[in-house]
Design a binder for this molecule. Structure first.
Ligand code: ZN
Length: 66
């Protein structure tokens, strides 16, 4: 969860640096189509996955990195 927030902040910072517009959070998850809670959309701006799918996504990525 903490990593997710850090990543989102990093994306926002990078987007700001190149002058790109900050992505809007999606209303539903790109992986499972479940609605993403309003609190998550605000906390993790630009998020595209629900917290469950984001966790899975980062677990997979961590495995590839090994
Ligand atoms: Zn999902």
């Amino acid at each position: 969860m903490a990593y997710d927030v850090v990543e989102q902040h990093l994306e926002v910072a990078l987007a700001a640096r190149v002058g790109a517009p900050v992505r809007e959070s999606r209303l539903d998850c790109i992986d499972c189509d479940d609605p993403i809670s309003e609190s998550r959309r605000v906390a993790a701006r630009g998020c595209v996955r629900c917290s469950a799918c984001q966790t899975l996504h980062e677990d997979r990525r961590a495995q590839y990195a090994r």
